[in-house]
Design a protein around this ligand. Structure first.
Ligand SMILES: *Cc1c(COP(=O)(O)O)cnc(C)c1O
Length: 386
């Protein structure tokens, strides 16, 4: 096995084959399984999880349930599967609706699963503060009466982080208390809740206490190859296990994936309940450093940096998303326009290359290149401002 390139500032054992993830800043999904994860897979248990006999899987579920202070947990193949099963198990029957932020993964990136699997209507809310929903937003849009014209809100689904930004514990608590008063159930799309905890905003258990169910991803910033987990009350998780089977998500020798997920929790998130000893905090510090580089050059940000995700206002530097991506590619960096994720496998060498990209953006802003024949047809795409 290629142990990765320790020259890029990341220990070789943190990156899988070739260390390509160290130069891929498009998404934290581009993290690759570590040597420790691959080793754990090679010695994992090989029992049947549909029979509920695989110890590695049972232990992982018990461990994450305990971390979150919940009764039970269920390993699932993806975050989408986790969200959709949790919502299906919290909802009963129409008429019913789910209230969420208008940018939520559950409505934008899950192929309409809430409609097809749960037959629920979505109440998509634009947060007034532009960053996260507040209780005021929720109260204004939730439907709590029994008027026959209305579609009652049965679940409030909050995403944390959303766009890398943290919804503060205090606001989550306010919304949760109000929801419980009104018999509305709470789901958290916590694909990146690990990052929230690593940022110091509260513990997993403190956040999870506000929700009936929480979905947590192993294959984003934690670096596992596959999988997510949902935590919640026994009866809900039991129902989700049943539903998981119905959509073909019952797993046989699940140890080959849950062994890697366990390493992701213990090593990447960290052994302590607040991610103590983990590797995420450092990725947040890298993001802050990159933000400083950009803003000191005069660049603006589209959103604040709370974790390891940055949203560069490329237009503020007169650069298009395509040009920015191209400048990265010329230096062996994978970028995708304005969003950058400095996941924990992004090394020092990548930050250096990114600095060069920023410098080039600044240089082109000051001296816009004349559009030669190659660019003559796509002048509208490359917007240069003096
Ligand atoms: C990635 C992600 C998911 C799950 O995505 P899958 O690709 O299905 O694992 C869910 N919610 C959010 C906010 C995400 O970022």
């Amino acid at each position: 096995m290629d142990q990765g390139n320790s020259q890029n500032g990341v220990p070789a054992t943190w990156v899988g084959h070739g260390g390509a993830a160290a130069f891929d800043l498009r998404s934290d999904t581009q993290t690759t399984p570590t040597v420790a994860m691959l080793s754990a897979i090679s010695v994992t248990t090989l029992d049947d999880d549909v029979y509920n006999e695989d110890k590695t899987t049972i232990d992982l579920e018990a461990h994450v349930a305990a971390l979150a202070g919940k009764e039970a947990a269920l390993f699932v193949l993806s975050g989408t599967m986790g969200n959709q099963l949790a919502l299906r198990s919290l909802l009963v029957q129409p008429p019913h609706s789910v209230l969420c932020d208008h940018r939520s993964h559950i409505i934008r990136y899950e192929a309409g699963g809430v409609a097809s699997l749960s037959q629920a209507m979505i109440e998509a809310v634009v947060p007034r503060n532009g960053i996260h929903l507040t209780l005021d937003d929720v109260k204004e849009h939730a439907c709590v009466g029994d008027n026959v014209h209305d579609c009652p809100t049965r679940v409030i689904s909050l995403e944390n982080t959303l766009g890398g930004m943290v919804m503060p514990l205090e606001e989550v608590r306010r919304i949760s208390a109000w929801a419980r008063e009104h018999g509305i159930r709470m789901h958290c799309d916590g694909a990146r809740l690990w990052e929230v905890v690593a940022s110091g905003a509260g513990s997993l258990a403190e956040f999870a206490e506000c929700f009936d169910t929480v979905n947590l991803c192993f294959s984003k910033g934690l670096g596992a190859p596959i999988g997510s987990i949902i935590v919640g009350p026994k009866d809900i998780i039991r129902h989700s296990r049943w539903m998981r089977k119905s959509i073909g998500g019952g797993l046989r020798q699940s140890g080959v994936v849950t062994a890697a997920a366990r390493v992701a929790v213990d090593v990447t998130f960290g052994a302590g309940p607040n991610g103590e000893g983990g590797l995420l905090k450092e990725s947040h510090a890298t993001a802050k450093r990159v933000e400083k580089l950009w803003t000191e050059m005069g660049g603006k940000m589209l959103y604040p940096v709370h974790t390891n995700m940055l949203w560069l206002d490329l237009e503020s530097m007169g650069c298009s998303g395509d040009r920015f991506t191209e400048l990265g590619a010329q230096r062996g960096l994978k970028l995708s326009g304005s969003r950058i994720i400095t996941h924990y496998q992004v090394g020092e060498e990548a930050v250096q290359k990114l600095t060069e990209v920023f410098q080039q953006v600044a240089a082109e802003r000051n001296a816009p290149p004349t559009l030669g024949p190659k660019h003559a047809n796509d002048a509208g795409v490359h917007v240069y401002k003096a």
